[in-house]
Design a protein around this ligand. Structure first.
Ligand code: ZN
Ligand code: ZN
Length: 131
């Protein structure tokens, strides 16, 4: 008779290469085949569970990590920069092949706008005219 010493911690959102439920959008993410999935394939949010290196799960922060920018590297593919909303820690994670392309595009579009010099950003005021 084998019994787990502790009940499986259901609040533990991300463990090494396991499926998990996204803490941000609630999406159920299946286990990845080749990579250690550490972020949601839908909204790309992650959770601060790693302290020094990916997968160590040494952090007790557990804050939600927002994907703030995505860079494309010809060797590594898309890389997501996550920032912890609780403690501000930054982490770079490789995007998974099944990450939502639209979300990636959205984040990249947003960061491109942010990088434009002020003068180039035309903030169009919404007119109140109702036609
Ligand atoms: Zn999500
Ligand atoms: Zn944190």
């Amino acid at each position: 008779m084998t019994r787990a010493l502790k009940p499986f911690p259901g609040t533990h959102p991300i463990t090494i290469n396991m499926g998990f439920r996204c803490a941000k959008c609630g999406k159920i993410n299946p286990r990845a085949d080749k990579t250690c999935r550490n972020h949601c394939t839908g909204c790309l949010y992650s959770v601060h569970v790693d302290k020094d290196r990916p997968g160590d799960r040494a952090s007790t922060c557990m804050g939600l990590m927002e994907p703030i920018r995505i860079d494309y590297n010809s060797k590594k593919g898309f890389q997501i920069l996550h920032v912890c909303l609780k403690c501000g820690k930054e982490a770079i994670n490789k995007a998974a092949t099944d990450d939502d392309a639209e979300t990636i595009a959205k984040i990249m579009a947003r960061q491109n706008i942010a990088h434009e010099p002020e003068t180039n950003v035309h903030k169009r005021k919404k007119s109140h005219a109702r036609s």
